[in-house]
Design a protein around this ligand. Structure first.
Ligand SMILES: Cc1cc2nc3c(=O)[nH]c(=O)nc-3n(C[C@H](O)[C@H](O)[C@H](O)COP(=O)(O)OP(=O)(O)OC[C@H]3O[C@@H](n4cnc5c(N)ncnc54)[C@H](O)[C@@H]3O)c2cc1C
Length: 575
């Protein structure tokens, strides 16, 4: 059921078994799993059913060093979280993304791809993907079109890599009914967690404090807490919860907020195809993104170039994905941006700052740019292509000085310190951009597919104007996973080191990012974490391991039936 926290009056004390903070892809995935097992669960969500300006403002903060945008349009703060604006690209991490590499300091996961395989499989239903198959040969055969062809790879250094598109699933809409009719789950909307409270022995969480923008407050006690507020906010909330430990929760080794990562993304170079390859749609983002040509059995795919594992090791660089990007007239103009915003708003995609009246005025003031952009975006006429460049997305290097911290001088309307992000990209990242482009260019030339004019090198120079200031909207690494508390905030079960009953879900736990889009991996991790939590309750309380026994002391036994009955008669203001 949904509960409007604003209607609850002051000081209500809620008691539950599992408390999940944040109803994005991670939080909703875990809540659904808890519901299936009949575990009494509260899901606390900052926003309502739709976006609103006052709630959106809570995400705003500042960037230091390199200019970086991470708020408006880069995260959504209402039911479904950033699934309200994500693009749906999905591909599991490569097996070697989990490995420790001697040329990448702080790299590696505590487990390998095998550990996630069964959960990756389950994400296909959750995210409405196609078959569990990312083999380029399979998709070329399934699509079976003359204008969707794999290029020959002759050097052994470059390969192609398939991503599938989720429709994209907007979790707040797709799973709304399920959340509404859930028996064991209460979803509190407009419920902003402002403090996570630990006991005086500092090894377990007792409750969280919740505030609404309308001024009411409540507390939620639980046996297990799962923080799922996104890659930046997970760190913010831990750092701000500093009433017992001044550095914040889980931060005894000064790691919370450090190792912040996003995928740098830019356009570079210019490609001229040999006639035989000029009409090929397989590797061009403009013809890939949800284009029916590049789809089979209703599943849309995209293909990108990547370097082989051996080449990455030889070159001592990071993973990357490269594809073509055709540029059309009008792109980048104010008229084009206004038209794009209108389209996104029509699709009910979160569009902060969208105003139909002012966007219409902008479009009318730039009719040629707006019309050319609209026309070419619809039809992608090859004759009008101005340039074909590379779109490059590179793995970020884990760097302790790339970090999310609190700006104690600025507070949001709930009194929480605003967030400050310092995104850093070191020389290894710059060299990886340069070398990845050079090797893909060599491959295209050797195989007679295209001639390439390379853009200026990044290493030793500056990021070009085509470098995207919002990265790729992938906020990762701020509560990294490591078996040792000296090197990681969470252990391999996603439990905060030193905390009996606090877990973290989302891409903030990624210790190494790889070059693929993160959401399918964070969804797989959320399913894995759910299983871990559920396994704690399949047994009687007296058989629980020590850290959970401590957490469950002084709490009532879990009895789903009585919980369901109490929810039914709770008198909470349903939405
Ligand atoms: C424009 C855009 C395009 C993207 N495209 C892709 C893509 O194609 N492929 C891909 O893999 N990824 C993509 N992403 C990233 C993807 O959206 C995120 O990885 C994913 O949505 C993160 O899910 P999450 O549940 O961890 O966090 P979020 O989606 O951030 O959810 C966190 C939730 O917590 C709530 N919350 C925050 N603070 C509090 C608080 N204090 N109290 C209570 N609730 C709180 C928020 O309101 C939100 O609902 C894209 C992102 C953007 C912005």
């Amino acid at each position: 059921m949904f509960v409007d926290t604003r209607q609850m009056g002051q000081g209500k004390e809620i008691v539950t078994t599992v408390c999940i903070i944040g109803a994005g892809i991670a939080g909703i995935t875990i809540a659904r799993e808890m519901e299936k097992k009949g575990l009494d669960t509260c899901l606390l969500e900052s926003g309502g059913m739709d976006a609103d300006d006052a709630t959106r403002d809570l995400y705003r903060g500042s960037s230091v060093g390199m200019e970086y945008q991470f708020a408006d349009g880069c995260r959504a703060r209402f039911l479904g979280g950033s699934s309200n604006c994500w693009g749906g690209w999905c591909r599991p991490l490569d097996a070697w993304d989990f490995e420790k590499k001697d040329w990448v300091p702080h790299s590696g996961w505590p487990f390998g791809l095998d550990e996630l395989l069964s959960y990756y499989q389950r994400t296909h239903e959750l995210l409405q993907l196609g078959p569990v198959n990312f083999d380029p040969d399979y998709w070329e055969r399934a699509i079976n079109r003359d204008d969707v062809r794999r290029i020959p790879f002759t050097s052994g250094r470059v390969r192609d890599s398939i991503s599938q598109f989720s429709p994209p699933v907007r979790f707040g809409k797709r799973y709304r009914h399920e959340l509404k009719v859930a028996r064991y789950l209460r979803v509190f909307l407009h419920a902003n967690v402002t403090q996570i409270m630990q006991d005086r022995d500092v090894n377990k969480i007792t409750h969280v404090k919740v505030k609404t923008l309308s001024g009411s407050s409540m507390t939620v006690q639980a046996k297990i807490f799962i923080l799922a507020t996104g890659g930046i906010e997970n760190a913010r909330l831990l750092l701000a919860s500093n009433q017992i430990e001044a550095a914040g929760i889980g931060n005894r080794h000064d790691l919370v907020g450090r190792y912040f990562m996003d995928h740098p993304r830019l356009l570079s170079g210019s490609v001229k195809f040999a006639p035989a390859w000029a009409g090929n749609k397989l590797y061009d983002i403009k013809y890939n993104y949800m284009n029916t040509a590049v789809s089979a059995n209703g599943v849309h795919i995209a293909s990108q170039f990547a370097l082989t594992k051996e080449t990455l090791a030889q070159e001592k660089i990071l993973n990357a994905r490269i594809c073509f990007c055709s540029e059309f007239p009008g792109e980048g103009s104010e008229g084009a941006k206004a038209l794009f915003r209108c389209k996104q708003a029509l699709l009910k995609k979160e569009q902060p700052g969208f105003s139909f009246a002012s966007d219409l005025a902008t479009m009318l003031s730039e009719p040629v740019n707006t019309l050319s952009y609209g026309f070419t975006r619809l039809f992608h006429p090859r004759a009008l292509i101005k340039n074909i460049g590379f779109q490059v997305i590179v793995e970020p290097a884990p760097d302790p000085d790339s970090r999310v911290s609190l700006n104690m001088q600025q507070r949001d309307s709930l009194g929480m310190p605003r967030v400050q992000v310092q995104w850093r990209l070191n020389d290894l990242v710059r060299r990886s951009v340069d070398r990845s482009i050079e090797l893909v260019a060599q491959e295209l030339q050797m195989s007679g597919v295209a001639q390439v004019n390379l853009g200026p090198r990044i290493e030793g120079g500056v990021w070009p104007p085509t470098f995207e200031k919002e990265g790729t909207w992938h906020h990762m690494g701020t509560t990294r996973m490591h078996d040792s508390p000296s090197y990681g905030v969470v252990d391999s079960d996603c439990r905060v080191h030193g905390m009996a009953n606090l877990y973290i879900a989302g891409s903030s736990v990624f210790p190494t990012a790889g070059a693929n889009f993160p959401t399918i991996t964070l969804a797989a991790l959320a399913l894995r974490l759910s299983q871990h939590v559920i396994s704690k309750f399949n047994t009687t309380t007296t058989q629980l391991p020590d850290h959970l026994l401590a957490a469950s002391a002084n709490s009532e036994n879990i009895n789903p039936e009585s919980v369901a009955a109490s929810i039914g008669s709770s008198g909470l203001p349903a939405v």
